[in-house]
Design a protein around this ligand. Structure first.
Ligand code: FES
Length: 107
């Protein structure tokens, strides 16, 4: 599961990936794997997924700051509303979906 896209150590957050138990989750219905406790965004990047939402103009958006400040990594998790992929710890069975901004063409 390691690869060039997997973030193992972050300059601000410290160790962020690759140390928990293997877990399964999905993104827009696509089954994926990751490590328990790593940020959802880390697991998505490791799977090659960079676009987590669309801007109101329809442009793809994804991880930008990776420290919880920019909100560019918004996703929907387990039907509970908006979460930041860069900060939300991955759990087994999570259902992650592309974020739909209210007012956007697909929102
Ligand atoms: S990438 Fe900036 S808040 Fe998550």
């Amino acid at each position: 599961m390691s690869g060039p896209e997997r973030i193992e150590r972050h300059p601000v957050l410290g160790e962020v990936g690759g140390r928990g138990e293997p877990v399964r989750f999905s993104f827009d219905g696509r089954p994926l794997g990751g490590r328990a406790g790593e940020p959802v965004g880390v697991a998505l990047l490791a799977a090659g997924i960079r676009a987590l939402r669309r801007s109101r103009a329809g442009e793809p958006r994804g991880i930008h700051c990776a420290i919880g400040q920019c909100m560019e990594c918004r996703v929907e998790i387990d039907g509970l509303g908006t979460r930041r992929a860069c900060l939300t710890p991955l759990r087994d069975g999570m259902v992650v979906r592309t974020h739909r901004d209210p007012g956007s063409a697909d929102g």
